[in-house]
Design a protein around this ligand. Sequence first.
Ligand code: ADP
Length: 503
Amino acid sequence: MKILMASSEAVPYAKTGGLADAVSALSLALAKLGHEVRIVIPRYYSVDRSKLRQLEGAMGVPMGGGEEWSAVYTTSLPGSPKKTPVQVYFIDHENFFGRDGIYGTPSEPDFLDNPRRFAFFSKAVFQLCRKIGWYPDILHAHDWPAALVPVYLKFGERREGFSQTASVLTVHNLGYQGIYSRDNYYFTGLGWNTFYNAGFEDWNMMNLLKAGLYSADKLNTVSPNYAEETKIQAHGFRLDGVLRYRSADYSGILNGIDSGIWNPAKDPHIPAPYSAKDLSGKAKAKEALRKEFGLPPGPESSAGAGSRASPPEVPVIGMVTRLVGQKGVGELFGPGYGSAFSICRDMNVQLVLLGSGEGWCEHEVMNLSSRLSNFKARIGYSEKLSHLIEAGSDFFLMPSQYEPCGLNQMYSLAYGTLPIVRNTGGLADTVEKFNQETGTGTGFVFDDLTPSAIYNTVGWAVWAYYNRRPQIEAMRLAGMKQNFSWENSAKKYMEIYEGLVKN
Ligand code: ADP
C-alpha cells in the first residue's frame, strides 16, 4: 500500500512533542511490514539543507491570492528498512518556514501567519505528489497543522491521480485545534460554501482541526480510552459533538514505544543493563540517581550494609514532565494547595523531578526543593537524565488532567518502575490498578484530580513498598512483560487503511 504521512513534525528533523516521535516510528513500522511509506514536512531552519537532495525545478502551489513557489528536498529516514525505505520530503519556503520556531517563538508562541503557513503546506502536499508522479492510496494527516489535507482532498482534490485516495486524520492532542480569525480563510483558496460544508465555522472563527474532523474518511486518536473520553463534553474541548457525530469512523490506537531506545537491557544512559531475569542493574541505577541528585545513599551502599540494624531501603518516586496544567502540576505544586509538600513531609520517601514549563511552577518546584531534604528537582530538558530517572525510581508519578496516550508510563513499565497515574486517557489503557487481595496489577491508579487523591495514592504505594514487598516485586515483573511495540500499532492502522481501500 502507498501511504503518505503529512505532518508538521517528524524526528529527527523537527520536534516539539510526542507527535514527532509517533509519525516517524509509525512510518518505520509500516515500512517494515512491507508498505511504501513517505513523509512530508515543512523545511524549517533547523533542518540542514546540505544533507538533503534537492528535487529539480521549483514547485508552484496555488493559494488564495495567487501562487506560492517553493523548493522540495528529500532524504530517506534513518533506520529505514533497506527494501522499503521511508522517503521524507521537505517543503522549502523561506518566507513561511525559514524561522527558528515551528509554531512560534517564546515571544510569539503562535505565529500570526500560522493559518496561512499551514494552508500552504497542506496544499503543497498535493502538488508534491503531482511533481513526483506518485499518488498514495492513503493520505494520513496528523493534528491541526495538516488538518486541511483531508479537507482539500474531499473538497476539490479527489480527481485524476487522487481519485482513489482516502484520508485518515490522527489527533495527538485535542487541546490544540488551530483556531484563527475567519479573515484567514481566504488563504485556503476554498469557497465560502465549503467554510460551512466542511465545518470550519466555530463561533465566528475558523477551526482547522474541526474541518479536518468533518472531512477525513477515518479519524483516530492515540489511545482507545482517550477516543471514548473525547466524545464527552468534559474532555472534548468543544469538539465532542463532532466526534460523536463521526463516532462510526473514529477509533483509538495506542502509540508504541521505541524499544531500541527505551530498553533497560541495552540503555547506554544507565550504569548497568538489567532485565526481568536479573534486576540488580536497577538497584545500581537507583544509587546513581540518588548520587546525581545529591540524595543520601540507601542502606545497601552505606557502611554496615546488610547488618540487621540497617534502616529500610527508602522508595524513590520519579517524575519527568512538562510543567504545565495538563500534567496535574497545579494539584502537586500549587502554592499552599498542592500535595507535594505534605507527601515529602509525611512520608519516608524521596522524590526527584526533571521538567520545565510554566514559570510559576518552575519557581515553586525550586522553592520546595530548597525547603525539603527529600525532594530534588532539575529544571531543564535532559534525555540522559530522563533515562536514569525511569531506571532508578521505584515509582513514577503522572497525575495528568488528561493524557491522549502518554509515553512515560509505558517507559516506566518497561523499566520495572511502577506508575502512579490518574485514571484517564492512555494512562487508563496501559496501567492496571494494584489489587491488594490478588496481588495483580502493574501500578497505582486514582480517579479524582485533587491534591488529597494524589497524597492518598502515593501514600498507598509507599505503604505497599514497605509492607507488601513481594507484591511490589511481582508487579515490576508483570509490567516488564508488557509489549507496547509499534508493530502492534502499525497493524491496527493497516486495518483502518485496508477498510478504506476496499470500499
Ligand atoms: P507530552 O507529549 O504530553 O509531553 P508524553 O508522556 O506523551 O507527554 O511524552 C513526553 C516525552 O517527553 C517523554 O518521552 C518524556 O520523557 C519527554 N520529556 C518531557 N519533559 C522532559 C524533560 N524535561 N527532559 C527530558 N525528557 C522530557
